[in-house]
Structure formats: structure tokens, C-alpha cells
Design a binder for this molecule. Structure first.
Ligand SMILES: [Zn+2]
Ligand SMILES: [Zn+2]
Ligand SMILES: [Zn+2]
Length: 264
């Protein structure tokens, strides 16, 4: 399994327009954060988590040219607004792309991208072409279009709280990805045993009502006890090299284009 962090930044990205703080003017490429998203290759399948506002730029930068499925964590703008550029993949491969999410997420995507449901525009391939797959909090399979039943990848949703709303993280093999989380219910921790890599959100040092701050993310990461944890969805509050020095062993700040290889 190959994983690329396409983006590691919070909703505004880093640098923030007009900001001259140490992180925003840092020359370290690890302090340049596009909006949070990840790409996974497993069993020959190409899977994206969220279509961030920077989707197009991220696909070009990491040379991702095809997708079999998109797993949405939730419907907030920073996680879905790049979706229109899915058209290029629809047209290149003449296919609809399977998208997965909970009911609130997919219903909100249908409202936000209402034009993409227009039958005439769909016929002209003038809109992002999606097969909507509504998820319960149960394991599901991602498959290649028209593939034999042998080629699939099992994905386990992890239902967490983002403030008051319930959103999904996802586990594939020994990799798990949770962003925009402020609370993980006890019953979901059972799905997070024996991880090689965990990607978890850590917004900033100060507490926030709907996101883990660094202290909460560290406590959660220690509790989950993956072999390695990378933080994501980071604001300009965290200067990469400085904050990394303060983190426990096996926990690091993630950064854009970080590539991970995990045995299937
Ligand atoms: Zn977000
Ligand atoms: Zn700044
Ligand atoms: Zn959010």
C-alpha cells in the first residue's frame, strides 16, 4: 500500500493570505500546507480521501492521473470544493467515479454540487460524474469498475465526532486516516488496534471546539498506539521543525507530499 499526503493544512491553507507570521514566511517546504487530503494505492486500486479545495493542484503535483473511488470524511468546504475537477478523470477514462460517505456528507454534496445532477449536463460529461454510495458505519468494499470480484479493497469506517456532527475516518489494512476529529467514541477505538500508520488531525496548540489541538492529538495517538502517527489539518500556529522537536517518539507532524509505504 502506497499513501501520499496530498495536503496537510487546515481550511485556509498555510501560508494564509496576508499573514507574515514565522510559519507563513518560513522557507521550509514542510511549512507549506495545501488543504487536507490523501491518496492511497492498494490492490491496484486508486483511492482518494476528500477532494480538497486544492484537488487539481494536488493531483498535478503528485502526478495522480486516475481514481477508482473517493472516500469523503465530511462535507465541509475544505474537503469537497475541488470536486468539479473530477471531470478530467471522467472524460479521460470515460467513467463515473464511485464516491462514498455518510448520509449527511453525500446529501450536502448533492446540494452544493446541484448542477452535477442535471441529466443533460451528465450526458455531455460537463459535470463531475459520480456514483453515490451511502455508507452505514459498517465495512465496505471498493472495487475497480467492471473488475472481477477478486480485486477489491475492504475499508472500515470509523465514526468520530467533529464538534457535534458525526463524520467518518477510514481504516484500510493497517493504515487509518482520521481528520477534523474532536472526539473518538470508546466503541470505535476497537477498530484502531494494530496500526502501522495513523494519520490524525492536530489543529494548533490552543483548544478548539471542533478539532483536536496538539495536546489532545498526542494523548489520542498514544492511546491508539500505532507504530507511527502523523498529524495533519495543521494551522500556521505550528512551525514544522519547532513543534516536531516537542512531540513524543513515533509521532510527527505530517507534511505535503509525504509518501508512506505499508506492507499490505
Ligand atoms: Zn477541515
Ligand atoms: Zn501565519
Ligand atoms: Zn470540517
Amino acid at each position: 500500500m502506497r499513501i501520499i499526503l496530498l495536503g496537510s493544512g487546515t481550511s485556509q491553507g498555510v501560508p494564509i493570505i496576508g499573514c507574515t507570521c514565522d510559519t507563513c514566511i518560513s522557507q521550509n517546504t514542510k511549512d507549506k500546507r495545501l488543504r487536507t487530503s490523501a491518496y492511497i494505492e492498494v490492490n491496484g486500486l486508486k483511492i482518494l480521501i476528500d477532494t480538497s479545495i486544492d484537488f487539481r493542484q494536488q493531483m498535478l503535483r503528485s502526478n495522480v492521473t486516475d481514481l477508482d473511488a473517493i472516500l469523503f470524511t465530511h462535507h465541509h468546504v475544505d474537503h469537497i470544493f475541488g470536486l468539479d475537477d473530477l471531470r478530467q478523470i471522467n472524460q479521460k477514462y470515460n467513467k463515473f467515479v464511485d464516491i462514498f460517505g455518510n448520509k449527511m456528507t453525500l446529501d450536502e454534496i448533492k446540494l452544493t454540487f446541484r448542477y452535477a445532477l442535471d441529466e443533460k449536463l451528465i450526458r455531455y460529461m460537463a459535470v463531475p460524474l459520480m456514483n453515490f454510495n451511502y455508507l452505514e458505519n459498517l465495512p465496505f468494499r471498493v472495487k475497480e469498475k467492471d473488475s472481477s470480484e477478486k480485486e477489491f479493497c475492504e475499508v472500515i469506517p470509523i465514526e468520530v465526532y467533529h464538534g457535534r456532527i458525526k463524520i467518518f475516518g477510514y481504516r484500510i489494512g493497517n493504515f487509518a486516516y482520521i481528520t477534523d476529529c474532536s472526539f473518538i467514541p470508546e466503541k470505535e477505538f476497537g477498530k484502531l488496534h494494530g496500526l502501522d500508520v495513523l494519520v490524525l488531525n492536530a489543529l494548533r496548540q490552543a483548544p478548539h471546539p471542533t478539532h483536536f489541538n496538539v495536546e489532545q492529538a498526542v494523548a489520542t495517538a498514544i492511546n491508539i498506539n500505532a507504530k507511527k502517527t502523523y498529524f495533519t489539518h495543521i494551522t500556521h500556529d505550528l512551525l514544522h521543525d519547532e513543534v516536531n522537536k516537542t512531540l513524543p517518539v513515533n509521532i510527527e507532524l505530517g507534511y505535503d507530499e509525504l509518501e508512506l509505504i505499508i506492507d499490505d
